[in-house]
Ligand binder design. Structure first.
Ligand code: 4FV
Length: 228
């Protein structure tokens, strides 16, 4: 899978391309990340890509032309790319949406700054508007990295032997509790069943714990899926 990222801060993405699961997946050619410095598509020598909003008001708006030219350049390399704009107004990023996006061959992530992008980009160039949550962050870059990480986990081989099947939300439930050595720490004991070596009992206990976790912490998920 190919990720193209349109951003004013391409170096931010070293956080995922140089470290951890995503870095390893890139080395294994399971995915690729191509950042595009939007200022390279500016029409002026000052490399501006934003301007004051029509109608007045605070902040700056990212202009159409540099973004549209950058998308056109990306589409010369990957014509089928889906353009995703990260924005608080987008549909919420969920496990199901991450799974859906992981089936695309390539996506282009447009990272907003300031007050966001000119509406005409959303109307004509954006295929999906996605939000990582109901709050405002300084730029779309962190949201893009969250999306890349959650989507990449769904790509076979990215997680190696720790598959994402037991991730919270993978089966509409939160994850079960996890324990590791030592068996007792500060008087806290690992549940006996996990020491039994009886895998069927362990699996049953984990499923029950996942359900209890969900009932306690996320009643809303139970209401959505009453049959779980
Ligand atoms: C955001 C979110 C988000 C809004 C103004 C970037 C910022 C600035 N993106 N989910 N919540 N974006 O707050 O995706 O342009």
């Amino acid at each position: 899978m190919r990720f193209d990222v349109i951003t004013l801060f391409p170096d931010m993405f070293f956080a995922i391309t140089d470290e951890g699961v995503i870095a390893r997946a890139i080395k294994k050619s399971l995915l690729s990340i191509h950042t595009w410095q939007l200022r390279d598509f500016s029409a002026n020598k000052h490399r501006n890509i934003d301007d004051k909003p029509y109608g007045g008001g605070a902040g700056m708006v990212m202009q159409v032309k540099p973004i549209r030219d950058c998308i056109a350049k990306i589409k010369q390399e990957t014509p089928q790319t889906k353009v995703i704009y990260l924005s608080p107004q987008g549909q919420k990023l969920t496990h199901q949406l991450a799974v859906k996006i992981s089936t695309f061959d390539s996506v282009t992530l447009l990272c907003g700054r300031y007050e966001g992008v000119d509406e005409r980009i959303i109307q004509q160039d954006v295929d999906m508007e996605i939000s990582i949550g109901d709050y405002v962050i300084s730029g779309g870059e962190l949201a893009a990295m969250v999306l890349i990480d959650s989507v990449s986990r769904q790509i076979p081989g990215v997680l190696g032997n720790q598959d994402s099947l037991n991730d919270s939300f993978a089966n509409e439930l939160l994850d079960y509790p996890h324990y590791t050595r030592p068996e007792i720490v500060d008087g806290q004991q690992v549940p006996e069943v996990l020491l039994s070596g009886h895998q069927a009992n362990i699996d049953a206990w984990r499923k029950d714990q996942a359900l209890k976790n969900t009932q306690i912490k996320r009643q809303d998920l139970i209401k959505k899926q009453p049959n779980i």
